[in-house]
Write a protein that binds this ligand. Structure first.
Ligand code: 9Z3
Length: 299
């Protein structure tokens, strides 16, 4: 088999894996409403200008994802993510002049009310002129919503940024393999087969929004492998930067890995209320501006 056939095969496999994954998600009832809301939000914020060009718009994903074990779900595999990173980053993106699409897990932290659990603040806003945040929540996994969001984001080219801080689960049980009813307890060993979630970062970069500036995160508990894994993700998924963080120190420091840099970013410890997201978003905002300028020159 020659190399081009090999990569075609890989693409086909990924396409069919993506299709299988979406087929196994419950259908979105309000897809048209969401699309309308997003188009309106992006249009409004493209008219309001920053130095003569439309505002930069970032989609921030936030919170952890779940993988149900039963069709009539009683139990699911969860993860620890609180949504603190996404909520805090959103506050700093707004300060930096961005309009933000905040895609969060329901019940996780929201911007400006990080200490209040399950606060429906974002649900109080209707898109009007001057409003620069649009909240949308996801139920199990953000990928379907991400695909919907990427459609209008594609149209604004390099002004769009994706900041993928949600802790996405790497495995799921396909709908067709799931038992319908609650798994019964008993003395037997519970044997559940979870299959890998297709890596949609490459689909996002290649097809969904190829000109958008894309930042993903890499989380590890073993600091010895963290930077190599981040570098691997940067290359494999063709990200513009990967933010590497270690579980226990994630609120103190992160390392921004790009193709030619590894920049350690730390919270200012002399200020009790400083967040690591403060210098992080400043750095990413600068890099994004440089990317927009470069894209103009290449046109
Ligand atoms: C992160 O690494 C986030 O920084 C945290 C934030 C989840 C650690 P909290 O929500 O925690 O503030 O409590 N997010 C992404 C982790 C992830 O799932 N990355 C994927 C991977 O490693 C790629 S998108 O494969």
């Amino acid at each position: 088999m020659d190399a081009s056939n090999g990569s075609q095969d890989t693409e086909q496999t990924l396409d069919s894996q993506v299709k299988a994954f979406f087929d196994s998600a419950p259908p979105l009832q309000n897809r048209n409403d969401i699309t309308q809301k997003l188009n309106h939000f992006i249009q409004l914020n493209s008219l309001s200008s920053e130095n003569g060009i439309g505002k930069r718009i970032v989609c921030v994903t936030s919170g952890g994802t779940t993988a149900p074990l039963e069709q009539r779900c009683v139990r699911y595999v969860d993860n620890f993510s609180s949504g603190h990173r996404g909520a805090t980053s959103t506050e700093y993106f707004l300060k930096a002049g961005y309009a933000v699409i905040f895609l969060y897990r329901r019940g996780s932290f929201q911007p400006f009310c990080r200490s209040l659990p399950d606060d429906p603040l974002l649900e109080c806003f209707e898109a009007t002129e001057g409003l620069n945040i649009q909240g949308l929540w996801f139920l199990l996994h953000p990928l379907l919503m991400l695909q919907i969001i990427s459609k209008p984001m594609k149209d604004i080219g390099p002004r769009a940024m994706f900041y993928l801080a949600a802790a996405v689960s790497d495995f799921y049980v396909p709908w067709k393999d799931m038992v319908e009813h609650k798994i019964q307890s008993g003395s037997h060993i519970l044997d559940v087969k979870l299959v890998p979630v297709p890596k949609m970062l490459s689909v996002l970069r290649k097809d969904w929004a190829p000109l958008a500036f894309c930042i993903s995160f890499k989380l590890e508990t073993d600091s010895n492998i963290l930077l190599n894994k981040a570098r691997g993700a940067l290359e494999k998924y063709n990200m513009h930067a990967v933010v590497a963080n270690e579980l226990s120190t994630r609120k103190e420091q992160v390392v921004v890995v790009t193709i030619d840099d590894k920049i350690t970013v730390q919270r200012d410890k002399s200020k009790a209320d400083d967040d690591v997201e403060n210098p992080l978003i400043k750095l990413l905002s600068q890099r994004h501006s440089a990317y927009i300028e470069d894209s103009k020159r290449m046109r």
